[in-house]
Design a protein around this ligand. Sequence first.
Ligand code: ATP
Ligand code: MG
Length: 245
Amino acid sequence: MVDIPESHPRYESLLTRHRIEDGVEHGITSQQGLIAQGRGEAFDYLLGEQTIPSADEAARVAAAELLLADHPVLSVNGNVAALVPSEIVELAEATTAEIEVNLFNRTDERIERISTHLREHGADTIKGLTADERIPGLDHERAKVDGDGIYDADVVLVPLEDGDRAEALAEMGKTELVIDLNPLSRSAETATVPIIDNIIRAVPNMTRHARELRQLPEEDVQSVIDAFDREKALASAEEAIRSGE
Ligand code: ATP
Ligand code: MG
């Protein structure tokens, strides 16, 4: 790990970058993942590297969706595993969700590596290697999922998901929670709940909301979901990025 002084004005951003580099070095993150990170950083810079109020609300709604789901699954790719491994495990625990490794550039070896990495960060059961079902409408490799995982889920968290796959999952009728810094990305556009925030901030924020919401009666959690306006959330993120405020 490179040593970055905590006083550096862009400490968090540089730390994030090094985590992705490390991920690539350890065969967890793909080279494509580096490019995705760069795109994300540009949007985060424009957002002021902070969680805007509409993103905080979306994170709360997403936590509510996970809590009320019959079968919630958190999808993990190489960037997610490199950036927030223990935070994903904590979110899964707080919402009794399952974790499934699901890769755009899928290789069994990388799935194994990511599973091991997540286990080192406290996960016990990890799905993704059975790959006995297919998401309709996608080509073979991109379509693979576990029959008793994402395929069966009613609510899925897909952070930094590719637009095509996000659309195909939405077409299966799933409630889709997307974390993506680009409010114009197709993934965010197709999400039931788009969270326009850096995954580094969004995942622990969702866990915090989940721990709070799970103390409440179910009707109250449901009303958090009912009050959400996805169009408004996307519009206010775009406005924040364009105006720089
Ligand atoms: P499409 O319009 O098809 O969705 P895309 O913009 O999603 O295309 P990719 O580069 O594959 O294309 O996706 C990477 C996405 O992940 C980008 O939208 C980027 O903003 C987002 N992203 C990257 N790093 C992070 C991060 N740390 N937190 C949140 N989002 C991120
Ligand atoms: Mg996208």
